[in-house]
Design a protein around this ligand. Structure first.
Ligand SMILES: *[C@@H]1O[C@H](CO)[C@@H](O)[C@H](O)[C@H]1NC(C)=O
Ligand SMILES: *[C@@H]1O[C@H](CO)[C@@H](O)[C@H](O)[C@H]1NC(C)=O
Ligand SMILES: *[C@@H]1O[C@H](CO)[C@@H](O)[C@H](O)[C@H]1NC(C)=O
Length: 321
C-alpha cells in the first residue's frame, strides 16, 4: 500500500524500492491521480488476474498475453484505463488506453507497429495484448494495469527463444586425407557445439567455435572441425542449447570420391556444350544449303546428304569425349 501511495511524492523524493513508483510518471498525471485515488478506496473490491504468468514463445512468432478484471454488467469504456508496460532498466510503455481512448504518443520505440490490444475482449473483462513478430529484446517482465472502478495490476513474464533449427554444413578437403568440416546455425541463447564421429566419440576439443551477434541479438555460431579421416566416414555436429535443454544435430559425410564427382559433373557439362554446338552447326549448315539451293537451283538430294553427314560427324565426336 505504501509503495503505491509514495508514487504521488516520488516525483520529488526518489525511493529505492524496486517497484517503487514507476507505475505512472509525470507524463500521465491524470492516470496517476486516478490510480492512487482508487487504490485508496476501492482496491479491496477490484482485482486483476493473470491466468498465465509465464509465456514462452519463439522468436518471430506472435504472442497474446492476458489479464482479466471484473466488469459486472455492461462495460463503460469511458471509465476504463488500461496500461501495459515493460519493466526493463527503465520503464517502457507498451500500450495505454486512457479513459477509453488509445494513446500511442509515448509508446516506446521498441514496440512501434507491433502492438494491438484486442478491444472487443475488454467487454468480457479481458485485457489481451498482442505482440507480433516477437523480438529477443521483448523478453522480460510486463506489468498489466487496469483502472476500472478500482485499480490493480499483475506481472507477466515473457520468455523468447530461438531454436537452432537449420544447420548449414560444409565439407572441404585440405589435402592428404585431412578435412575441414563446418557447421553453422543461428539461434538464442548461446549454444555449445559438440562434435562426434561415427562411434559417438567426442571430438569437440579438435574444433573451433566462434560466436557473432547482430542487431537482432541472435547468435551466429560457426564451428569448424579439422580432422584426418579415412574416406566414407560420418561425423555429427550437435548444437546443445543448455538453457532450453534442446539439441539440434547434423550429419556430415566425408566422401573419398568427392573429386571424382566434380570431374564427372564437368565432363557432362563439356558434353552438353558439344551437343548444342553440333546441333546449332547443322541447323546453320542446313539453312545455308537451302539458300544455295534457292539461288543456284542445285540438286536437293545432295544438299541434304552433306548436312546429315556433317551432323553424324559431330555426334561421333561427342561420343568419343
Ligand atoms: C502474426 O500476426 C500478424 C498480424 O496479425 C499476421 O500477419 C502473421 O501471419 C502472424 N504470424 C504468425 C507466425 O502467426
Ligand atoms: C581456432 O582458431 C584460432 C584463431 O583462428 C586459432 O589460433 C586456433 O589454432 C584454432 N584452434 C583449433 C583447435 O583449430
Ligand atoms: C544433448 O546432447 C548432448 C551431447 O550429446 C548430451 O550431453 C545431452 O544430454 C543432450 N541433451 C538432450 C536434452 O538431449
Amino acid at each position: 500500500m505504501f509503495k503505491v501511495i509514495c508514487c504521488a511524492v516520488d516525483q520529488v523524493i526518489p525511493l529505492p524500492s524496486a517497484y517503487s513508483c514507476s507505475i505512472f510518471t509525470m507524463e500521465k498525471p491524470l492516470l496517476l491521480y486516478i490510480f492512487v485515488f482508487h487504490w485508496h478506496f476501492l482496491n479491496a473490491l477490484f482485482t486483476v488476474e493473470a491466468p498465465q504468468s509465464l509465456y514462452t514463445v519463439e522468436y518471430g512468432s506472435n504472442v497474446t498475453m492476458e489479464c482479466t478484471f471484473p466488469v459486472n454488467g455492461q462495460l463503460k469504456f469511458r471509465d476504463l484505463s488500461v496500461s501495459w508496460e515493460k519493466k526493463d532498466e527503465f520503464r517502457k510503455e507498451v500500450y495505454v488506453l486512457l479513459k477509453g481512448e488509445e494513446d500511442f504518443s509515448s509508446q516506446h520505440s521498441d514496440f512501434k507497429g507491433r502492438i494491438k490490444l484486442l478491444k472487443d475482449k475488454l467487454n468480457f473483462g479481458q485485457s489481451l495484448l498482442q505482440i507480433t513478430d516477437v523480438k529477443l529484446r521483448d523478453a522480460g517482465f510486463y506489468r498489466c494495469l487496469i483502472d476500472y472502478r478500482g485499480a490493480d495490476y499483475k506481472m507477466i513474464n515473457l520468455k523468447v527463444k530461438a531454436p537452432y533449427r537449420t544447420i548449414n554444413q560444409g565439407v572441404v578437403s585440405t589435402g592428404d586425407k585431412e578435412w575441414k568440416l563446418t557447421c553453422q546455425s543461428e539461434g538464442y541463447p548461446k549454444a555449445e557445439v559438440i562434435w562426434q564421429n561415427e562411434k559417438y566419440q567426442d571430438l569437440t576439443d579438435k574444433a573451433n567455435t566462434s560466436y557473432e551477434t547482430g542487431d537482432d541479438q541472435l547468435y551466429r555460431v560457426t564451428s569448424t572441425l579439422t580432422i584426418k579421416s579415412r574416406a566414407d566416414e560420418f561425423f555429427h555436429c550437435i548444437f546443445w542449447n543448455e538453457e532450453l535443454q534442446e539439441n539440434t544435430s547434423a550429419i556430415l559425410y566425408v566422401a573419398d570420391s568427392a573429386e571424382d564427382i566434380l570431374w564427372t559433373k564437368n565432363r557432362r557439362f563439356v558434353g552438353a556444350i558439344l551437343i548444342v554446338t553440333a546441333l546449332f552447326g547443322s541447323v546453320l549448315l542446313f539453312t545455308l544449303c537451302i539458300r544455295k539451293e534457292l539461288s543456284k537451283n542445285e540438286d536437293k538430294h545432295n544438299c541434304r546428304d552433306v548436312s546429315f553427314e556433317e551432323e553424324d560427324l559431330k555426334y561421333k565426336q561427342v561420343e568419343k569425349t
